[in-house]
Design a protein around this ligand. Structure first.
Ligand code: ZN
Length: 219
């Protein structure tokens, strides 16, 4: 497959959104990303998306990362795919870009590039929480507050269900136990290679067992 790539220029309105997000995420992750910063590729439509992936991907996929670069669907297409309400499109699109930027910050922060970052609920939950998608009122991306399935999503399964609770779960961890513990947990992910190892590391950092009860009791 051959693709034509065009430079959008520095005046593109997304550039401001990008700079704001990079600044905010730099503060959260506590590093200034000044060199080799992420490129953002705007993908024209779903046909191009599937061609880039060499397969048809789940319909709801509107953004992804490759290395430290970010790919997002064009705003109108993303709005249609995600069924964003009129009047919410700009804010949701900003959150989408930030969501993908959280993923690349997470890769750099954890130092994990040769495999997917697990657990998937933490990977997605962090991106949902930090991008503000917990506030989008959409059950597909963080609206859930029940805490009964996110722990099933240690590995990515492409079902989309991971988005239901994971944003709230990460928000819960940060608001109740602080950012420092979460960053400590992320730093340790590089040595984690199984769900069992993760449970152990989680308990070391937080001082309690990773289970739904604590999320339900304290919220
Ligand atoms: Zn994501």
């Amino acid at each position: 497959m051959i693709f034509t790539v065009r430079y959008s220029g520095a005046d593109d309105s997304l550039k401001h959104i990008y700079e704001d997000a990079m600044g905010e995420l730099g503060k959260f992750f506590e590093f200034d990303w000044n060199e080799n910063r992420p490129h953002v590729y705007i993908v024209e439509d779903i046909r191009v998306r599937d061609a880039l992936w060499r397969k048809s991907v789940p319909k709801y996929v509107v953004g992804w990362t490759k290395g430290v670069d970010v790919f997002i669907l064009n705003k109108e297409v993303a709005a249609k795919v995600s069924k964003w309400r009129n009047g919410q499109v700009d804010v949701e699109y900003r959150r989408l870009l930030k969501h993908e930027l959280v993923h690349v910050f997470t890769k750099v922060y954890t130092g994990i590039f040769d495999r997917v970052v697990e657990p998937d609920w933490l990977w997605e939950g962090l991106a949902i929480y930090l991008s503000g998608q917990n506030n989008n009122g959409d059950a597909d991306a963080g609206g859930g507050r029940v805490f009964e399935n996110f722990l099933d999503h240690y590995s990515a399964d492409n079902s989309g269900v991971v988005y239901e609770e994971s944003g709230r779960a990460v928000e819960f961890l940060v608001e109740n136990f602080g950012k420092r513990k979460l960053l400590t947990l992320l730093k340790k992910l590089k040595e984690v290679h199984s769900e069992r190892e993760f449970a152990k590391v989680f308990e070391d950092v937080y001082g309690f067992e990773l289970a739904y009860e604590i999320f339900r009791d304290l919220k």
